[in-house]
Write a protein that binds this ligand. Sequence first.
Ligand code: NAI
Length: 253
Amino acid sequence: GKALAVTGSASGIGAATVDYLRAHGAYVIGLDIRPSDNADEHIAIDLSSRKSIDEAVARLPEKIDGLANVAGLAPTVPAAQVIRVNLVGTMALTNALLPRLTYGSGIVNLSSIAAFHWQQSIDQIKEALDLSFGKIDAFVEKHRIDDQPGRSYFLTKEALLAWCIRQRRTWVDRGIRMNCVSPAAVSTPLLDAFAGVMGERTKKDSDIVERSGAPADIAPVIAFLLSGASAWIRGANIPADGGVAAHYLAQEN
Ligand code: NAI
């Protein structure tokens, strides 16, 4: 089977993705700051730390057949930490693993319905994509990201979509593709934390659908984008949201 790496493997969507991939014959390496025993192998990683990322990468196999970037933080922590984990650490891990990805590998990032409205300025998104760990605090201060609740989260999820679009053909000759999956509300600890700071927004999205999503609704979509069945899908975003994105599109047109 394929060797696949999944971040955020200890909880929610990441844990469900590990289960799904293993049930379909993959060897799964879980990467999370929290311990977990659901994967074939667990490697501790703190995505907010360059050093920890490098240490984890050193422990990963020489060849990997795909990477799912599922780990993420709700905006209940300072903006700088949200940006470290959801964006800069995720990009750093991906870049460090790129040389090890085999032909046909998929890279999948978890964006969100939170990115649907593209609320941040394109210049800020571009600046965010160029951030390194050392520049995050100054970026947060300069744009006052912490002044609006939830803004750090929206920014990181929009930036992941933009990153995906930017990389649409970067690794064509290596057969590597990057895509995004965008869920709406999925019942996990992150959703509870998110609803605590963004209650109205969460309720608005949730009222559109007949039920909230379950992690098992998202895992097969991630697995599809890691598989050869999605070979001609590049730089794309697949909503897995019970129709929430379509609802907003219908309203806007
Ligand atoms: P969760 O809270 O259940 O799991 C997130 C995982 O990330 C946890 O296992 C946590 O330990 C890990 N993590 C946190 N900080 C870390 C760090 N510094 N280093 C390494 N790992 C770290 O969350 P959930 O809901 O499963 O979210 C997974 C992804 O899906 C996130 O990127 C989230 O933004 C995205 N998403 C979730 C939605 C939801 O409603 N639950 C909706 C849209 C997107």
